[in-house]
Structures are given as C-alpha cells and as structure tokens.
Ligand binder design. Structure first.
Ligand SMILES: [Zn+2]
Length: 275
C-alpha cells in the first residue's frame, strides 16, 4: 500500500510526500525491530526467573532433606568424641556424653540411662557409616548439562551455584576415601558387642524393629586393636562432618541466600518456609 503510494509520489515528483512516506516506512521497521528485541528480552527474563524459582524450590527441598545431616551429624560426632574419651580411659563414666545428648537433642531429654547406654553402644558401631548426604539439585543439573548456565545473569547466583556443585564433588571424593579408612567395629570385634532386635508390636505402624546394643566396655578398654580402630573411626568421622558434610551445607545456604536476593524472596526469621 504505502510502497505503491510512494512510487506514485516519486512519479509526481512530490518530494515532501516522498520524504514523509519514506520516514513512515523506516520508522515502522525500526519500531518493529525494537518490539522484537523487547519481546525476546522479556522472554529471556521470564525463563531466567522460571529457572531461578525452580532452583529455589530445589534448594529449599534439599535443605530440608539434608537437615538430619547438617544438624544431626555434628551432634553424633560430639557424642562419639565423649564416648571415645570414656572408652580410652580419659573419662570416669558416660555421664558427660549423656548430659550432652539430653541437652543437645530435645527429643532425648527424657530418655532413660539404659536406653542411652544402648544408643551409645550403637553409635560407636555406627561410627563406620559415612553415608553421603543428599546433594542433588535437578534444575542445576539440567542447566549445567544443557550448557545453559549463562541463562542466569546474576553473577552471585552463578558463582554460588558453581561453588556448591564443586564442593559436592569434593565432599563426595572425601567421603569415598574416608570410607576406606573405617572399620565396622561389631563385625571386626564381635565379642565386644551384643546386638538384639526388638520387633515393634504395633503392626498398623509397619513391622518395625530396632536394635538393642550392649557393649562390653571393660573388655574394650583392654583391647588395643579395638581402641586403635575406634580412634581411627572417630578421626574419620570428624573429617566426614567437618570436611564433607558441613562445607557442602554451608555452600548450599550461600546459594539459597543468593537466589533469595536475586528473585526478592524473604523468609520469616530463620525458619524456612517453602512457599
Ligand atoms: Zn529462599
């Protein structure tokens, strides 16, 4: 339309109309391109936000799943240390360990001495279980494997994400090496442990059983091979908590804070609420 009118104006040598109509064409093309760019940018921002929101959901969920590790493992480590000191002959009895567990774990406040004795013995046996904590962030895996990490424009989030993924890899390697250095004590020293299983009576809750442990502390204190193995386990557990579990949880918390900042999420106080 406009082009036909333009050619008519050229034939009539109506230069003013030629100028105006040329400007209309040029402006139209210019505005069209701008709208295109603007749309593309809006789409990119929308999908970046979509990724960040998904990543946030993953991080919140993973933080909850890791809680038994991030919060529970340091408590187990401290109890194991107090327990080991007793078996090594550096403490009179288990009262310090019991006091610690009752004050650190609210659910254990009213646990009987007898029950705690069994738990401690089980804890010593469990000192060889260096299980890797959950660490998967599906959205992060998708972004990295598809080479789309640059979708995220916030340097802070990108850096925090890469540093978390790197730490997870380091933690995994550390745990694998540590697992080679521990000994399953009840299997290696069967005479020092007595393990029985109590079956749950309420079958509506599922037929659950829990182990009841009994340790021969006197014989343990006399057995140098056992003491060596126990002390080695404790040292490995210390590294497992301090160099594998904790740093990954710290990086995860930093990533969470960076995402919160990038998409403007505020959590009430310190309590984490999944929105
Ligand atoms: Zn958050």
């Amino acid at each position: 339309m406009i082009l036909r009118r333009l050619s008519q104006s050229i034939r009539k040598q109506d230069w003013f109309t030629v100028f105006v109509e040329t400007m209309i064409v040029v402006l139209g093309v210019f505005i069209g391109l701008q709208v295109n760019n603007w749309n593309a940018e809006r789409q990119r921002q929308a999908s970046e936000r979509d990724y960040l929101e998904r990543l946030h959901r993953d991080v919140v969920e993973l933080t909850q799943r890791r809680a038994t590790y991030a919060e529970g493992r340091p408590v187990i480590l401290r109890a194991l240390e107090l327990l080991t000191e007793f078996v090594n002959g550096e403490r009179e009895d288990l009262s310090a360990a019991k006091e610690y567990v009752r004050s650190a774990v609210p659910a254990q406040r009213d646990t009987s001495d007898e029950e705690l004795d069994s738990r401690f013995c089980g804890l010593m046996d469990g000192s060889s279980y260096l299980t890797p904590p959950p660490s998967e962030l599906p959205t992060a895996t998708e972004l990295v494997s598809a080479g789309r990490i640059d979708m995220i424009t916030s340097d802070k989030v990108k850096l925090a994400l890469l540093s978390y993924l790197q730490q997870v890899e380091r933690s995994q390697e550390f745990i694998e090496v540590s697992q080679l250095g521990v000994i399953e004590l009840s299997a290696a020293f069967p005479d020092l442990f007595r393990i029985r299983y109590v079956m749950g009576v309420d079958y509506s809750q599922g037929a659950e059983s829990h182990p009841v442990y009994d340790c021969d502390y006197e014989a343990m204190a006399q057995n140098n091979a056992f003491l060596n193995a126990l002390n080695r386990n404790r040292a490995q557990y210390h590294g497992y908590v301090g160099r594998a579990v904790q740093p990954a949880s710290d990086r995860l918390a930093e990533l969470h804070a960076a995402i919160d900042e990038a998409i403007g999420i505020e959590h009430e106080g310190d309590t984490e609420t999944a929105e």
